[in-house]
Design a protein around this ligand. Structure first.
Ligand SMILES: [Zn+2]
Length: 260
């Protein structure tokens, strides 16, 4: 039985029949779960203005006949992340946060720290004003969630021969999940890994959560970072991630030199 007043981030809403809504939400103690909101589609009902993607809700859930489906008995908004809706670039940058929690986390399985991470990143994105800032916020999420889900990048030594980073003149990032040294054979899908980018990725993986909101990418490296992370995430989940493609295009198009 879920705790009462359970905080949950709304990932997706789908209509169900004439008047109901299905919600996918992400919670700390239960991970991702699905609930039905009776009458959620009608306006002027108790859920009016409450059920919206990116809203953090305080929810009271009741069981249904199915163990995988809950009934949303009541909900109120704890954080609306309204800043995301004031600038389409922010909304596009936040898209992958919702999509990855929806598609890459298992149903009803707690993922320690993932909700806290998502909320910290959404708070950063909803005030972000430059492509560099939005790109850094999204990149932090992409690196850290990989780590949380057990796909953490190996950034300390060559994936193939074990040569430590300090002994590499240069490095590449491999879709195998980390660094490859110049002596090992290149893969055709390797990405560039300038030293500043490797440092950023390691910091995003290792820093205390409170310090992540100040972590910046070296100037001009947001496209490199996001390009690699998007390719690696597609590898991990095994299919395309439409919201990630949209976010990248939005940040790249407007991410020219003036972006920093
Ligand atoms: Zn090597």
């Amino acid at each position: 039985m879920p705790p009462s007043a359970l905080p949950g981030l709304v990932l997706r809403l789908r209509p169900l029949g004439e008047s109901d809504l299905m919600l996918d939400v992400f919670t700390e103690p239960m991970g991702r779960l699905t609930a039905v909101a009776k009458g959620g589609k009608r306006s002027k009902q108790r859920f009016f203005g409450v059920l919206l993607e990116t809203h953090l809700l305080e929810m009271n859930l009741e069981p249904t006949k199915s163990p995988d489906l809950w009934r949303l008995a009541s909900a109120k908004v704890m954080a609306s992340h309204v800043g995301l809706r004031q600038d389409y670039r922010r909304l596009l940058a936040a898209g992958p946060v919702l999509e990855l929690l929806l598609r890459a986390t298992p149903v009803q399985s707690p993922q320690s720290g993932a909700l806290e991470l998502a909320l910290a990143v959404l708070a950063r994105l909803e005030t972000g004003d430059t492509p560099a800032e939005l790109g850094a916020g999204l990149a932090v999420f992409l690196v850290r969630l990989l780590d949380r889900l057990g796909y953490g990048l190996n950034l300390d030594a060559c994936l193939h021969c074990g040569r430590p980073l300090e002994q590499m003149k240069s490095a590449r990032l491999s879709l195998g999940g980390g660094l490859v040294c110049p002596s090992c054979p290149p893969g055709h899908r390797d990405h560039q890994a300038p030293p500043g980018l490797v440092k950023f990725l390691a910091a995003a993986r290792d820093l205390e959560p409170q310090a992540l909101s100040r972590l910046r990418l070296p100037a001009g490296q947001a496209p490199l970072a996001l390009g690699f992370l998007a390719d690696f995430w597609r590898e991990v989940v095994g299919h395309d991630l439409p919201s990630l493609g949209l976010a990248l295009r939005s940040l790249r198009v407007s991410g020219s030199p003036s972006g920093r």
